[in-house]
Design a protein around this ligand. Structure first.
Ligand code: ADP
Ligand code: 5GP
Length: 187
């Protein structure tokens, strides 16, 4: 059977969103899952495009009603992937990509062992910190929480099917294409 579900994880600020944007530009047939979160929108983020922005009560309601394929708490906010959209895409035979944290990725693998887990690595911890700060989207307290979390995420990388280094952006995008092509051809 074709492997249709790809999960991209990696520390906050490593460049997951940037690599994926480059990949999707070249491969627009892939569907990107839109997650739910209790985090406040960043300037420019749009509800239903970047995330479904939920209140804590709304998020809890989804948990209680078993709406999530996976969910996790990350640096003080909740994030989750709704089952409905994923199932619809898979039923229609579409390839789908989830960009989620490592806790969520491992939950997906448990439920769907055929899912392909891909971890994006930074060239160094310093580069990660510089990217996270350079993005100017988080306050200092949040940056510290995310850097702490980054160490835990890096430890979980060993449990992923593939690791991709995001040093040179174009090379990272090509590496992601290679991994996905390999999985599609081998399946
Ligand atoms: P994530 O989605 O993993 O949190 P982003 O995609 O938002 O990370 O990237 C964080 C910052 O790092 C952004 O400012 C982005 O432009 C920058 N960045 C991403 N990839 C690279 C790269 N290969 N080299 C240098 N900077 C990068
Ligand atoms: P950000 O707040 O920077 O958008 O995301 C913070 C972290 O949450 C990132 O590691 C991102 O991959 C992760 N994330 C985004 N959506 C989901 C989701 O649906 N589930 C889980 N488990 N993590 C998510």
């Amino acid at each position: 059977m074709n492997k249709k579900l790809y999960v991209i994880s990696g520390s906050s600020g490593v460049g997951k969103g940037t690599v994926l944007k480059g990949f999707l530009k070249k491969n627009p047939e892939f569907m990107l899952s839109i997650s739910c979160t209790t985090r406040k929108p960043r300037p420019g983020e749009v509800d239903g495009v970047n995330y479904f922005f939920l209140s804590k009560d709304e998020f809890q309601n989804c948990i209680d009603n078993d709406k999530f394929l996976e969910w996790a708490e990350f640096a003080g906010n909740f994030y989750g992937t709704k089952k409905k959209y994923i199932n619809q895409c898979l039923e229609q035979g579409k390839d789908i990509i989830l960009e989620i944290d490592t806790q969520g990725a491992l939950q997906v693998k448990k439920r769907m062992p055929e899912a392909v887990l891909i971890f994006i690595c930074p060239p160094s911890y310093e580069a990660l910190e510089n990217r996270l700060r350079g993005r100017h989207t988080e306050d200092e307290e949040t940056i510290q929480k995310r850097l702490e979390q980054a160490k835990i995420e890096l430890e979980r990388a060993e449990r992923f099917d593939y690791k991709i280094l995001n040093d040179d952006l174009e090379k990272a995008i090509c590496a992601l294409e290679n991994v996905i092509n390999k999985e599609r051809n081998n399946a």
